[in-house]
Design a protein around this ligand. Sequence first.
Ligand SMILES: [Mg+2]
Length: 245
Amino acid sequence: MHDLPAPPRVDWARSAAYLDFDGTLVDLAPRPEDVRLGRDNVDLLRRLSVRCNGGVAILSGRDLESLRPHVKDLPVVLSGSHGAQIEINGDPTLVPGAGAGIQDAFRRLTPFANARGLLIERKAAAIAVHYRAHPEMETEVRSKIEDMATAHSGLKPVHGKMVSELASKDYNKGTALIQLSNHPQFSNRTPVAIGDDTTDEDMFRAARSIGGIGIKIGAGLTAADYRFETRAELSDWLAETLEVQ
Ligand SMILES: [Mg+2]
């Protein structure tokens, strides 16, 4: 798909990076814990953080607990559970109210997932049903999640790649980006939001709303301004933009 151009060279000294994790920095794996951040990307993230003076965040649908082990020791800010959790300089916070209704929904979804051999994951502010091992169940899982969201006024359905979730309605990666952009590490820097999935669209729109840009990885309709076909193209571009000028 060539409807959007590749992004121009970014001046990281004046920018802040907001990056998705799965599908953007790592390949998707059958089980979420099986992903590995490659040594090349570890190196790129370290250099990016230096160039942005700490203005680098990874925003994931994952819980912080599930995200943290993969990025440990990297000088990056983390946001987990679709914007409901933010961890700056090792200090985690849950956005107030973000976990409401999650426990009840988890209790009700568990029998559904167990009966079908699907992996169900309880996050701080979301519940995920992974069907990567049973792709034929996509329709059934999606409609179950839709039904449950209808029944719980505080929750919304979030459909990603091989996963459907119930998440807090009031928070997303876009609200997290805006929140972070007011933090000293990120303020007065042009946001550059990069992601591959539907949940990254909130982040693209938020970045644009405060003068930044969005970069979409892969195919699909998007609110982003630029596109890369693959993760590898993103890594190459990052390496290029980080070369000493
Ligand atoms: Mg992703």
